[in-house]
Design a protein around this ligand. Sequence first.
Ligand code: PRP
Ligand code: URA
Ligand code: MG
Length: 212
Amino acid sequence: MPIHEVKHPLIRHKLGIMRRADISTKNFRELAQEVGALLTYEATKDFNLQEKTIEGWAGPVNVEQIHGKKVTIVPILRAGLGMLDGVLSLIPVARVSVVGQIRNEETLEASTYLEKLVGELDQRMAMIVDPMLATGGSMISTIDLLKKAGSTEIRALVLVAAPEGVKKVLEAHPDVSIYTASVDERLNEKGYILPGLGDAGDKIFGTKQKDV
Ligand SMILES: O=P(O)(O)OC[C@H]1O[C@H](OP(=O)(O)OP(=O)(O)O)[C@H](O)[C@@H]1O
Ligand SMILES: O=c1cc[nH]c(=O)[nH]1
Ligand SMILES: [Mg+2]
């Protein structure tokens, strides 16, 4: 299923706190990482395991280990950095490919200002992280550039998604799976998600809240 709305009680609870208008930068930041980690848990549940015999305390023991999955995590600057450590806490060996996208607040068009990708993308699962999937422009542009660079297996982890953006991403890239804590109601006339979280980048970095 290309869209996975993860309804785990811990995620619902933490996301509910993130929606408070008066949340502090510190709390928003901490929760973005925590929900990022919980979404990672869900997004990796189909990873294959292989058996291996190791020397245990009482002799040889059969254990399982993740098989054949090289991963690159792709935070979309800026706000994606707010989930990166949470994802890395569960996949500590992953390489990180950084992509900068900025949305023009008038036209809502995304433009790429940084692309620093790791090698062997054709052999890695790419896990894109960004708190917000609104019109979908930033996500589509990121998937486009990853595919151009060789990615064939891509997952996207977002805290909150708008139905309009999910539809656009899946129309453009039906092979990509999206994991989210919530598919919200809709976009407002300025392209912000309702009820949403407001401007996630500003909340994570403590910059000025825009008039949304
Ligand atoms: O789906 P879209 O309509 O493209 O909107 C979503 C994008 O907008 C925000 O980034 P923004 O451009 O505000 O940059 P920032 O992360 O630096 O704040 C957000 O973090 C997403 O990347
Ligand atoms: O709701 C939104 C839409 C775009 N970017 C955000 O940070 N929030
Ligand atoms: Mg922003």
